[in-house]
Each structure stands twice: as structure tokens, then as C-alpha cells.
Design a protein around this ligand. Sequence first.
Ligand SMILES: [Zn+2]
Length: 458
Amino acid sequence: MRPVIIANADALVTMESRHVIRSGYVVLEGSQVHSIGEGAPPALPDALTVDASGCVVTPGLVNTHHHFYQTLTRAYPPSVDATLFPWLRALYPVWEGITAHSVRLGTALAMAELFLSGCTTTSDHHYVFPCDAEPRLIDAQIEVAKNLGMRFVATRGSMSLGTRAGGLPPDSVVQDEAVILADCRRVVEDYHDPDPFGMVQVALAPCSPFSVTPRLMEATATLAAELGVRLHTHLAETKDEQDYCRRHYGCTPLELLHRTGWLSPRTWLAHGIHFSDAEIRTLGDAGVGIAHCPTSNMRLASGIARVPALRAARCPVGLGVDGSASNDSSHLLLEMRQALLLGRLGAGADGFSAWDALELATVEGARCLGRERALGRLTPGFAADVAVFEITDVAHSGAMDPVAGLILCAPAQVRHLFVAGRHVVCEGRISGLDVGSLCAEHRAESLRLRRRVATHAR
Ligand SMILES: [Zn+2]
């Protein structure tokens, strides 16, 4: 691979301190950052030079929570104005129709949207395995990530507690626990690369307290420890979930986590809204991470996560766009803006800065995924994951501070994006992807799912 010089950047944000290099360059060699500095770049005869004049250059952004398949069910009318439980009950029958083909299309579309918003590493939480669908859905996602060149943390999700047993999802989308655990082991053994620079990692991810049994939570934690992989789940998202835990288990969601062996630095949780002060201290002491999902939390009126308190307790707090059925977008830069605005509603105008939002989407996201030695910074020896955002367009013209402007103005799309030194977005176009055809196929699949559920309802 030729070295790459990203030259003439208006502003370079390294995340080494809250400091911006005005007018500088980054050199990428192989899959890592080689050097970074002010002024003119060094002369390298074989290098590919990318002009970043008029641009802010940041580390590639890290997305810590998503459900790619939900891009197929954005803005589904019966769920548009609902809170989490009725929203889920409206959508489960639609999701029951997904196939490996749906998952491939949802993954490609979500990754395309993430790429254009500056994301170079994404996690996904896939937990819907319909009874009559091909079971190897995580494999389908990994295949797409490899083709597109996204750095991917697949999580093998699961649901085992159907309505007959007192859970929320219909029995048609839950699996037998022995089948789940065997497939978790298989996916880790087939794909997980423990190298901190690895392009594919796998984590284990039972869906939520109301869709899996405590027995499965405990068995999954034991398996994750044996295989040396991370753990992920939804927790403390809504008051309904708190009520469910009290009614069914006689405890809070966090106490359930404690009982099942999940209070560990290998765990990161989606949402983490409804915690007491003592629970936040417990999370910090255990090193548990939080994927903060502000748009989803506002869309479903779930509440405001106490991000400053969680960070003060030393929890790694990353950012997640969450599934596209509760966000309707996979734009990570937009999510930074949402985090800042919601954070200020919770903590005051001086309680959440543009730098805070940027840290969530870079260094903190990397910590959440256990990748802080390789990702989230523009530093020699770190991964060559770089986002180049243009700030001379109509939406940014006149912005005086490059970092605040990037986050406060209408969200930009990248001009260039590099993952492990590969040029995956060039002049705003995703390399090797026909976006028009992808959108056409994706729309057709979305329509099939909607028609299928309408037919079943008759
Ligand atoms: Zn989620």
C-alpha cells in the first residue's frame, strides 16, 4: 500500500489534548498513522497526496451501538409516536420477516451512511433470529463489512424469553438457549481477531432483561470470559424496564447485572439512563462502559443519560446512533450534535462542550470497545483511521471555531475517509459501492417486509 499524505488541513484534531493544529498534515503508512505535524508535509516520492484544504481532519469516529437491520424499518407508522415497549411490540412482527438477504442490505446501507458521516469503526447488535430464517446472520454482516472495509465489532445478540414465558418478544423470534450459546462460540471461534488493530472482533450480546432469561445472561458472561471477548446488552433504558425487573426479578436492572456476573470491564451497556448515584459509582468502580444514544432516547422519550456523572465516575462513555428504527439515521456526526444539545439540557450550557461530544465519538468510544491503545486518536502508531470533513460549504461558512463549527453547524459528510490506511471514501464517494443500486434494493426489501406484515395482519 502506498503511503498517504493528507496535506493542507485547515485544522487537525489529534485528541491528544484539547488542542487543534491549524494548518497541518498527517502521513499514513500501511495501516497506521506514521506522523502528524504543522505546516508542509515531508516529501515522500511514492505517496498519494490528498488535499485537505478547507477541511477539519479528525480520528475516524467510533459507533458503539446500532442495529443495522432496522434501516429497513425506519419511520414505521405504527411505531413513530410510541415509547419503547409499544414501539417494540409494533415492530417485532415486521422484523420476524427478515432474512440473510435483508441483513446484508441493512448492513451495507448502515455502513454506507456511517462512512459518509466519518465513522470508521462500528459495532452492531444483531439479536433477531427468526425461526424460519437462515441462522448465519452475523456471518452475513461480517462478509459485508469485509467487502466495504469497515472496522467492525459484530455482537452475537440473542433473545430467549418469548411472550409465553413472560417476555416481550413473540415466540417466533426467540431461540433455544443451547442453540444461542453454541452459535456464540462458533462465531467467536470463526471470526474474532483479538489484535487491538483487528478489522473484525466479536462480542456476545443478550438483548435485554425482558427478552432473555437471567440464566442466559449468566451463561453468556461465563462464555465471554472463557473466550476472552466483550459483553454487550441494553440496560436501564426506560422506566418500563425498571418496572419489569422489579416485577419479575425483584430487583433493579443493575442488581440483575450484578447477580448474573456482568459487572466487569469487559461489559458495555447501551443507554444507561436510569441509574441512582450509588449505581453510577458501582458502574465506575467495575469499569463498565456506556453507549450513549441521545437521538433514540429523545425519539422514544426514554430519558436523559447522566453522561457527565458517568464520566466523573470513570465509566468509558461512547456514542451510539442506536438502531435506525428509533433514530431513523445512522449519522454519527449528527449524533455528536444531539449528544451536545441533550447534554446541555441535562447539565447546563457549560456542562457539555463540543470537545465532550468529540471525545465520546473517538477516545471514549474506543475505550468502550476495549480498543483505546489502537483507535480514537491521530497519533503515530495508532490505526490509520481518519475522517476529513469539508467546512467551506454553505452549512459551515463563517464558523470561527473548527471543532465547535463541526458539531454545532448542520452535520457535514466526509470528503475523504480512511480505514486502516484504505481510502474508503474519496471526494464524497464510497469506493467500490454503487449507492444508487444499493438504495433501490434496500427500498424493495423494506417494501417486502411491510407488505408481508400487512398481509399477515389481514
Ligand atoms: Zn439498541
